[in-house]
Design a protein around this ligand. Structure first.
Ligand SMILES: Cc1cc2nc3c(=O)[nH]c(=O)nc-3n(C[C@H](O)[C@H](O)[C@H](O)COP(=O)(O)OP(=O)(O)OC[C@H]3O[C@@H](n4cnc5c(N)ncnc54)[C@H](O)[C@@H]3O)c2cc1C
Length: 281
């Protein structure tokens, strides 16, 4: 099998941690700033995200940091490890980039890093990428996600005009995780308690009486409930593909490297199962 050439990495940004804030027991805000953000721009999508770069344990890189060179010269296991985070806010005037991290325990890189991040630390990341903003021509909006999608949902709600009709379902561990969002749309907070992640979201969207007209939807979070909601929205409700921004942001039991490596196959299999586009594996 021919090996695909590694993609040319985008030039990374370098920034410093300016301050941190514990928003709720399991959500840590980290605000980045510095000269390295001079050419950063994030204004077209409400799901803009950056790919943070973490050094594998015991690996350090020569300065100036050169991602292209690292990938050319070092074995893959020494390349920086990436973790994806939504641009919760970007303030170009003060050059401040705000990211909100779910604190999901001691496992992983980014969550534990955010919990301990200190002002002055340097971080590197590529991006932003992004693909969604609420369509102003839609009759109504549906936003659904767990904590990992809350930054994008909050940003989307803040961008909606007061006249917009929207339903926003966000599943969180419990009432202590609710956040204040600057929007006229009232978030429907679903408290997970001891239930599996996403179960309450699937239940709530299934029970929703859809208003008349074209809906534009944003559905993201743990991969299993996203799969169920895709079946509901695409197949049972017949939503058009282009009206639906839907993907697994993370997968239970897989770190981001494992999830990203299997995501393409996972998505292809779901599409085949749900839409009969190819035989299911
Ligand atoms: C486009 C995009 C935008 C995203 N935006 C955000 C964001 O703004 N904020 C945010 O917190 N996350 C966001 N995520 C999800 C985040 O990238 C993943 O949760 C990532 O796996 C976290 O990395 P980690 O190093 O903390 O854990 P990893 O090393 O990747 O995983 C370690 C273990 O923790 C589990 N785990 C990972 N994430 C969670 C979670 N949220 N809850 C419970 N268990 C988890 C994994 O299944 C694994 O078992 C986004 C993902 C995408 C694709």
């Amino acid at each position: 099998m021919a090996l695909r050439p590694a993609r040319k990495p985008r030039k990374p940004h370098s920034a410093q941690v300016i301050r941190t804030e514990r928003l709720t027991p399991h959500m840590q805000r980290v605000v980045l700033g510095g000269e390295g953000l001079a050419d950063f721009a994030a204004d077209t999508c409400t799901d803009h995200y950056v790919k943070m770069l973490f050094s594998p344990e015991g690996v350090s890189y020569p300065e100036p940091f050169d991602l292209e060179r690292i990938r050319e010269e070092l074995p893959r296991e020494q390349w920086p490890v990436t973790r994806t985070y939504t641009v919760r806010a970007w303030d170009p005037e003060h050059r401040e980039l705000t990211l909100d991290f779910v604190l999901h325990g001691d496992e992983g890189l980014a969550g534990p890093w955010a919990m301990r991040a200190q002002p002055g630390e340097t971080v590197r990341f590529t991006g932003p990428g992004g693909a969604y903003a609420p369509d102003p021509d839609a009759d109504w909006h549906l936003l659904v996600g767990d904590e990992s999608a809350l930054p994008a949902i909050a940003r989307s709600l803040e961008s909606l005009p007061d006249s917009a009709t929207a339903y926003a379902f966000v599943e969180i561990a419990g009432p202590e995780e609710e956040q204040k969002i600057d929007s006229d749309v009232e978030v429907i907070w679903l408290h997970r308690g001891a239930r599996p992640v996403g179960e309450a979201l699937v239940e709530a969207v299934r029970a929703l009486e859809f208003p008349e007209g074209r809906v534009h939807a944003f559905v993201h979070g743990e991969a299993h409930f996203v799969k169920e909601l895709r079946q509901l929205l695409r197949v049972e409700r017949g939503m058009a593909r282009e009206d639906l921004s839907i993907s697994g942001y993370w997968r239970l039991g897989h770190d981001e490297d494992g999830w990203q490596a299997s995501k393409r196959d996972w998505n292809a299999r779901i599409e085949a199962e749900q839409e009969g586009t190819a035989p299911a594996a």
